[in-house]
Design a protein around this ligand. Structure first.
Ligand code: F6P
Ligand code: MG
Length: 440
């Protein structure tokens, strides 16, 4: 690809990619091994001796993986024969062609995005090769714990939505757009709470997400929320609701609740008719939402001992029942591709997104995939970095946790670097970036 900067890679010693692969990924793998080991008696209770054997085998595979990673061994093909295995193995060959025959594709020499995704797929392989425990989610404990630890913030947020809805009758268009902006920003900052950047450590929401908004405002480096709103307004057909908004989910726990609250607002205010949620088909980047997390979160919200929280839970369940909300997964979301490959490599998913009036991409990993995880100059336009990925008007809500950021003003990046050298990776900053294939 001519004119496209190189992929971020651990090849650059000391880079965030390098530190992630050297330190963060092995820590995550150690925790996965420990989790499986701690569940040994549960596996025994459920599956007898077979459960114990599965535990042993899975740990052996994961220890081997950890060793491959620590000693920068070549990336190897998947052997589990799952639906997506061929596509992963083809992608490995594609990387090998790009890298040339001189050196093998490996953890420290190949694109960071690729090898980081590959680690999560290998964890899945280790579990899936051991049928008695093949449905075991190695990250489940962390995800549920982070939901419980954010309880107070969840209650505050549900009460906030209740207040908005109470006043819904008298909502002026200005007030509606103000509330939309607040909920968009709450969903944005919800992305701070992922468990991948913290290598599995608690990273839940402890303070009121609403009170925090004003003080977080200066940390939003690009704020296209006005364009997001205008785009939604222009998609309303003859005074009717917008037909469909898609939300490409990121993390379970508090972030998922912020996404559900945003989606609830869009539907209950009559702005949007349908919401499609997109999640992962197996455990991914520690805290990403799977179908199980999605439904579990709604059930927990229903069961809460708090009037407004449980009311929301019942409402969400009802949205699913009547089809106003639906949850979808697709193997492409758990593959290593840059999104500019989607039209060619997952044309069915691309076509599905084309039917949306707006696609909201949550989180850092989605931003890396939108921009190809490349060393772009900070002033390059967002539309350029998308490299032709334009299924529908789209918006990225992302807190910065990787060395890629485009669409800044000239000098903005340099200023940030001089004030806060780790601004791209410390999770303190955020962007709301919008792109539309048609003029807004
Ligand atoms: O391992 C660190 C890290 O991989 C980031 O660099 C990555 O993009 C992030 O974790 C996951 O963040 P998010 O949940 O926002 O996609
Ligand atoms: Mg995530």
């Amino acid at each position: 690809q001519r004119g496209v900067p190189p992929s971020l890679s651990a090849r650059v010693t000391g880079s965030f990619a390098y530190l992630t692969i050297r330190d963060r990924l092995p820590t995550i793998l150690t925790k996965v091994i420990d989790t499986i080991h701690r569940n040994k008696s549960k596996f025994f209770e459920e599956h007898g001796e077979e459960g114990i054997n599965a535990e042993k085998q899975a740990i052996a595979l994961l220890s081997k993986l950890r060793n491959e990673l620590l000693t920068d061994k070549p990336v190897i093909e998947l052997t589990d024969g799952l639906e997506d295995a061929d596509s992963w193995n083809e992608y490995l060959q594609r990387q090998q062609r790009l890298q040339g025959d001189q050196e093998p594709v490996s953890w420290f020499t190949s694109p960071w995005l690729y090898v980081e995704c590959y680690m999560y797929r290998r964890i899945q392989e280790a579990v899936s090769l051991n049928p008695p425990i093949s449905n075991f989610d190695v990250f489940n404990e962390g995800k549920t714990q982070s939901f419980y630890e954010s309880q107070k913030a969840v209650m505050t947020l549900c009460t906030f939505l209740e207040d908005i809805q109470k006043n819904a009758e008298k909502l002026s268009p200005d007030r509606l757009s103000e509330d939309f902006n607040k909920l968009l920003q709450i969903s944005l900052w919800g992305n701070k709470c992922d468990l991948s950047i913290s290598a599995g450590q608690d990273n839940s929401q402890k303070i009121s997400p609403i009170d925090a908004l004003a003080s977080l405002q200066p940390f939003i480096l690009v704020n296209d929320s006005g364009m997001v709103w205008s785009s939604l307004m222009s998609s309303q057909r003859a005074g009717e609701s917008v037909d469909r908004v898609d939300i490409v989910l990121d993390n379970a726990g508090f972030e998922l609740v912020t996404d559900l609250v945003l989606a609830d607002f869009l539907v209950s205010s009559g702005l949007v008719r349908k919401i499609y949620f997109h999640g992962k088909s197996f455990p991914w980047f520690v805290s990403d939402v799977t179908a199980n997390d999605f439904h579990w979160t709604i059930r927990q919200t229903m069961a809460a001992n708090h009037k407004w929280m449980s009311k929301r839970g019942f409402q969400w369940q009802n949205y699913l029942k009547v089809g106003a909300w639906s949850y979808h997964d697709h193997p492409f979301w758990t593959q290593p591709h840059e999104f500019c490959d989607m039209a060619a490599d997952a044309p069915d998913l691309y076509a599905r997104l084309q039917q949306a009036d707006l696609v909201v991409f949550k989180g850092d990993l989605n931003y890396r995939k939108l921009t190809g995880d490349r060393a772009w100059d900070h002033t390059v336009e967002f539309s350029t970095a998308l490299q032709g990925f334009q299924p529908a008007p789209l918006c990225s809500l992302r807190t910065l946790k990787a060395n890629v950021q485009v669409g800044l003003q000239p000098g903005q990046g340099e200023k940030l670097t001089s004030r806060d050298p780790t601004w791209m990776t410390n999770g303190k900053y955020a962007v709301i970036q919008f792109y539309s294939p048609k003029p807004v």
